[in-house]
Write a protein that binds this ligand. Structure first.
Ligand code: ADP
Length: 550
């Protein structure tokens, strides 16, 4: 695999492949008594230990062997965050097969496309998704059998699915006498498809090595800072970019794991945070909206929650301030993407930033932050020329590193890299301290009179208005300027604000010509399969919007 020259004198340390199975082995051996708590689709709370998880993962690995799953075969899952899904993470990858996590929020046609493209051999899924799977199964050409993750008494009396098996039967009928195989660390371990808002979804195929390096790096104090003293509740789903690596990085540290299952509403999450004394969590901004609303409406506080990572789309500063100042929760703003396993940058302060006044610190924390060691980044203009790190000049953001994609699965998408760098499709600035800030996705930037207007700033300002729950800014065609910004707003329940008040709210906060030309109020923003606002959908709805000609 290595394309690099060999030194005449090679190091003499043990050559042990970096394999995913080593994480669960380690968790069992050193943190065997530590707990994994899951809210189940069945409705109850399930608890067991890392040792139990390891034992059942080995039983599942034996079961998969019995079903004829070979190294490199793809085994799909469609499941919530829960203990059985974690077992599948280790059983599938640990045995040398490839875990393909399917996102149930995709359209059925996309799900069928992806399973065929991945050539999945088996599909392990949860009860919630039985109707969806029954609907798409006839189009999934390569799947030889379906494994339903539920208690035996919940198995359907009859189903249209061919070769339907009960997960618990497979676990019960197999022994945990299983030796995790050793193989090349560059072997594929798991497969995630991008959500494919344009064109067909594309597969990012991770390796054991990339996953292990990402896991090590992401636990560092200035990244996710996970330790054995934490109780971690990943809200970010295990069906989207491996829940930002938490199913690997949490067992690696021995932290208590708390899985929310299908219940992601404010009340269910709050109850679980309190009952299990969760200290650390991670999710996209839209999830925190629900939780924060519930907590505010019921005048509640958190008794153990100390830190959260927010990423996937820009964390609105107003949300960050509420979490920090009202509830005393540290917010780590993180940026990454499916093609990066996903973590690239995190915004945490360095010693010298502690001397900054509060607004200065907040401004640093609002950025997407510094790279995690292992990742390198740069910004370039359209001709590929590197741009200065002055915090003002924005350009196309490129990255490289051992957990960054080299090529899409099956080589799709043409030449992925530009001179060895992966173009992220994001537009960003980098400041003199190396802190990156995303201005926009290149396809969302508003092009007005030959200049660019970043939509994230415009949305963040609107969301700081007390009557605004959510805001999205899009470019609308304009006869003179090509495009001008239209602000689309969802009001907070029971609160009111006018177009004029909102536009006046921008005064003094932004260059005058960046101010949106108009405001539209809607009931809800369209949210996609990964919890992000679907700007292309909003653009379609407002394609014929006529801006006022003042
Ligand atoms: P997709 O949703 O297209 O499948 P990902 O879930 O991998 O892809 O999303 C990656 C993209 O999400 C990034 O390229 C970036 O545009 C956006 N993103 C992720 N984190 C942040 C953040 N903290 N701030 C702004 N944008 C972000």
């Amino acid at each position: 695999m290595s394309e690099y020259p060999r030194s005449p004198l090679m190091g003499q340390m043990m050559s042990q492949p970096l394999l995913i199975s080593s994480i669960i082995k380690h968790a069992d051996r050193y943190f065997g008594k530590n707990e994994i708590v899951s809210r189940r689709v069945e409705g109850d709370i399930h608890r067991y230990t890392y040792s139990d998880c390891h034992s059942r993962s080995k039983k599942l690995a034996n079961a998969l062997r019995g079903l004829g799953v070979q190294m490199g075969d793809r085994v799909a899952t469609m499941a919530w965050n829960g203990y059985r899904h974690l077992e599948a993470y280790y059983a599938v990858s640990g045995s040398g097969a490839v875990l393909h996590t399917l996102n149930p929020r995709l359209f059925p046609e996309q799900i069928a496309y992806i399973t065929n493209h991945a050539e999945d051999q088996y599909l392990i899924f949860e009860l919630t998704f039985l109707p969806l799977i029954e609907a798409v199964a006839q189009h999934c050409k390569t799947i030889k059998g379906y494994i339903l993750m539920c208690d035996r008494d919940r198995m359907p009396a009859q189903s249209a699915l061919p070769n339907l098996m009960c997960y618990e039967d497979l676990i019960d009928s197999n022994s945990d006498d299983y030796e995790w195989p050793l193989f090349d660390e560059n072997s594929a371990s798991s497969l995630c498809y991008t959500s494919g808002t344009t064109g067909n979804p594309k597969g990012a195929l991770y390796s054991h090595r990339s996953t292990l390096l990402h896991s090590y790096a992401s636990t560092m104090p200035d990244a996710l800072n996970v330790s054995g003293r934490d109780a971690v509740l990943p809200v970010v789903p295990m069906f989207h970019v491996n829940a930002w690596g938490l199913p690997y990085s949490v067992p690696l540290t021995g932290a208590k794991m708390v899985f929310p299952g299908p219940s992601l509403n404010g009340k269910s999450l709050y109850d679980l945070f309190e009952a299990e004394q969760v200290t650390f969590s991670a999710g996209v901004p839209t999830v925190w909206l629900g939780l924060l609303n519930y907590v505010a409406q019921n005048n509640l506080t958190f008794s153990s929650f100390k830190r959260t990572v927010i990423g996937g789309s820009a964390c609105p500063p107003a949300m960050m301030k509420t979490l920090r100042h009202k509830y005393g929760i540290e917010v780590v703003h993180a940026w990454g993407m499916t093609e990066m396993s996903p973590l690239g940058t995190c915004a945490t302060l360095q010693s010298r930033h502690l001397a900054l006044p509060e607004e200065g610190q907040q401004a640093m924390l609002e950025k997407q932050g510094h790279v995690i060691f292992g990742v390198d980044m740069k910004i370039v203009d359209d001709a590929g020329k590197e741009l200065p790190w002055d915090g003002k000049t924005y350009g196309n953001l490129l990255v490289k590193g051992p957990w960054v994609i080299q090529d899409y699965y099956k080589g799709e998408g043409g030449d992925v890299l530009e001179d060895g760098w992966f173009p992220t499709g994001d537009v960003a600035t980098i400041d003199g301290d190396g802190y990156m800030q995303i201005t926009d996705r290149s396809k969302d930037v508003i092009k007005s009179g030959g200049e660019w207007i970043g939509t994230i700033d415009l949305e963040n300002i609107a969301m700081a208005h007390p009557a605004v729950l959510q805001a999205a800014c899009i470019g609308v065609l304009h006869p003179k300027w090509d495009e001008r910004p239209l602000l689309v707003v969802v009001k907070r329940p029971g609160m009111d604000v006018t177009r004029e008040e909102l536009l006046a709210f921008y005064e003094g906060k932004i260059a005058k010509w960046w101010t949106p030309d108009d405001v539209a109020f809607i009931d809800a923003l369209p949210i996609g399969a990964t919890g992000k606002v679907l700007k292309n959908r909003i653009r379609e709805s407002f394609r014929d919007h006529v801006l006022p000609t003042a």
